[in-house]
Design a protein around this ligand. Sequence first.
Ligand SMILES: [Cu+2]
Length: 128
Amino acid sequence: MRRAAALWTSAAAAGFALTACGTGGGGQTAPTKVPANAVHVHVTASNFQWTMDRTTLKTGVPVDFIVQSSESTHGFRLIGSNISVTVSAGQPPVHVVWTPPKPGQYTIQCDVFCGSGHANMFKTFTVQ
Ligand SMILES: [Cu+2]
């Protein structure tokens, strides 16, 4: 939560939005700036892989990545963007809103060293 908030300023300046999940309890509700037409994609980090419930996205259609970790701490980095968010097991999911700028193959890579499988911890998805 603290890290997501710290990233907010640079994230907003870069044209994408990070919001903390408002349903995690604790009495704090962050504003959710997820566009109404966003496609929701659940992303889960574990040792040592990414799981996405959708791997084909559309150019120009906002994506709400709902990122969480089921095991230890990992970094959700979307190569080619400024997105880099750390997620830890036991913490609420973090929403990362991103609009695919053009068709192609995109890669999510872990940017927090997490152990022996860290170097291979990436996931590719397609934007049509
Ligand atoms: Cu890692």
